[in-house]
Design a protein around this ligand. Structure first.
Ligand code: ADP
Length: 464
């Protein structure tokens, strides 16, 4: 980026400088040639009049005219030829073509009364023709052809190129130094951000970024700080999760160890006691198994929804099946289960994940219920969503806990929950399962009266 900035600034400086120099040289040349041509044309017109007056074309021996011609050639470093009406060269100041015939285009044109001029930039000369007219009439009796050198203009042109080139060169050197300095300054905040990000990445710093040099770097710093905050949050939640998992997995293992040790420490343990302890050990192993199963379900519930197995499913039938499967648990507590369907509903869902969510809600409604209580499950839909309501007549959830029950391993009453056989993962699984369907889950509860969970899921699955 630094190199590109330098290159850009140098080009931005060089192109106008070069264009200015080139324009100046061109302007000078055309102006100088124009002035010189006009000057010579003037001189030629004056001399042409004199030539006619002295009848020079018939007698080219006039000293006055010859002196004037010589003066003209000396002043302008040029050559003058006087050509008569028959295109014969009457006078040549170089004495080369006298007596010869000149049929060049400009001479012929001039013989018709036109004044011509021609600039040859390669060979550095201007050629001007001026008609010689008979005194008092417009009849062209001859032509005066003057070619003058423009060497002096070419020399000045070279000098402008040389001086201009030096000035542009110096300007470019200064601009180069300035570009390096400016590019360095412009790139510095980006280096600062890169350094700070590297420090954070390598763990040398926990600081937030503050590079306020430009609006862009400020926005970049803010975006980075936000991302850093989110990463820290994720890291903390991962640590908390790992410590919770370890704790939860250790608890049944500790119980098993205590039960086994107490059996081993005693001698002549009666068979009944062995049996009782082994039953407790089996329960703890079941619990450990349940936690691992729940954990696997939770981990598999990828929030990005990439592992979704979406199918069109009849939800009424699916809910009936779920209730049927949970019926034995409800019967144990004599909890009455009622299902109410307001309309037939078909939706695009991942059947396994959806079942897991609703089963957890209904299972909780039975588990945290009083004996002889009831559980109502209702299903409704509109053109966009399906709505499921799971109501119970159970113990309810205290208001302070309602905001936390969807967190992993959160239980309202740990001892009671343990007794009932929960892992604290059921609602976290249910919530994740609803979220991967782009749905929503809510809880309404009053302690001692009962709880209602509502679930809303789109009928058509929208992939992210
Ligand atoms: P658990 O495995 O302990 O049931 P969950 O994540 O399913 O874990 O539920 C978290 C906590 O929320 C439970 O421990 C319980 O205290 C409370 N809870 C969940 N559902 C209900 C309900 N229907 N009625 C009363 N309390 C509930």
């Amino acid at each position: 980026m630094r190199f590109r900035l330098i290159l850009f600034m140098m080009l931005a400086g060089f192109i106008p400088c070069a264009a200015l120099l080139f324009g100046t040289v061109q302007l000078y040349e055309s102006r100088a040639v124009g002035l010189r041509t006009a000057d010579i044309q003037n001189q030629c017109t004056i001399l042409s009049n004199q030539l006619a007056a002295y009848d020079y074309l018939t007698d080219p021996s006039s000293d006055v005219i010859n002196a004037n011609l010589t003066q003209l050639t000396n002043i302008y470093n040029g050559r003058v030829m006087i050509i008569d009406h028959d295109l014969n060269v009457v006078k040549d100041t170089y004495s080369l073509d006298e007596g010869k015939t000149d049929v060049s285009e400009n001479v012929v044109l001039c013989m018709r009364g036109e004044t011509t001029s021609y600039y040859d930039s390669d060979n550095h000369y201007i050629e001007v023709t001026s008609p010689i007219t008979a005194g008092g009439s417009n009849e062209v009796i001859g032509v005066m052809l003057a070619s003058v050198s423009t060497d002096s203009i070419a020399v000045t042109r070279q000098m402008i190129w040389a001086y201009g080139g030096v000035i542009v060169g110096i300007a470019m050197i200064l601009l180069g130094v300035l570009s390096v300095f400016l590019a360095d300054r412009m790139v510095r905040p980006i280096h600062k951000i890169t350094g700070a990000i590297e420090n954070v990445t390598e763990g040398y710093s926990d600081d937030v970024l503050h590079v306020d040099t430009y609006t862009e770097t400020r926005l970049l710093s803010e975006a980075f700080n936000k991302m850093l905050g989110r990463l820290k949050q994720l890291d903390e939640s991962r640590e908390e999760f790992v410590s919770n998992v370890s704790h939860e997995l250790k608890t049944p293992m500790t119980s098993v160890k205590v039960l086994a040790d107490s059996l081993l420490e005693q001698e002549n343990v009666p068979v009944e006691m062995y049996r009782e302890f082994m039953e407790d050990i089996a329960k703890e192993i079941d619990r450990e198994n349940q936690i691992i199963t729940d954990l696997l379900s939770l981990v598999k519930m990828d929030k990005t929804g990439q592992n979704m197995n979406i199918q069109s499913v009849n939800i009424n039938e699916l809910l009936e099946q779920i209730l049927k499967r949970l019926k034995p648990i409800a019967e144990k507590k004599n909890v009455e289960m009622v299902m109410e369907s307001f309309r037939p509903v078909t939706a695009e869902i991942d059947e396994m994940k959806f079942t897991l969510a609703i089963s957890n809600l209904v299972e909780n409604a039975i588990k945290y219920n009083h004996d002889n209580g009831w559980v109502h499950v209702s299903l409704n839909a509109d053109h966009k969503y399906l709505y499921i309501k799971v109501e119970d007549s159970g113990i309810g959830i205290p208001e302070a806990d309602q905001a936390h029950i969807f967190e992993r391993f959160y239980r309202v009453d740990k001892s009671h929950s343990r007794e009932i056989g929960g892992t604290g993962l059921g609602l976290a699984i249910a919530r994740n399962a609803v979220i991967v369907h782009r749905g929503a889950i809510k809880v309404y509860s009053s302690e001692g009266e009962g709880t209602t969970f509502t679930v809303r899921i789109p009928l058509i699955y929208a992939a992210a």
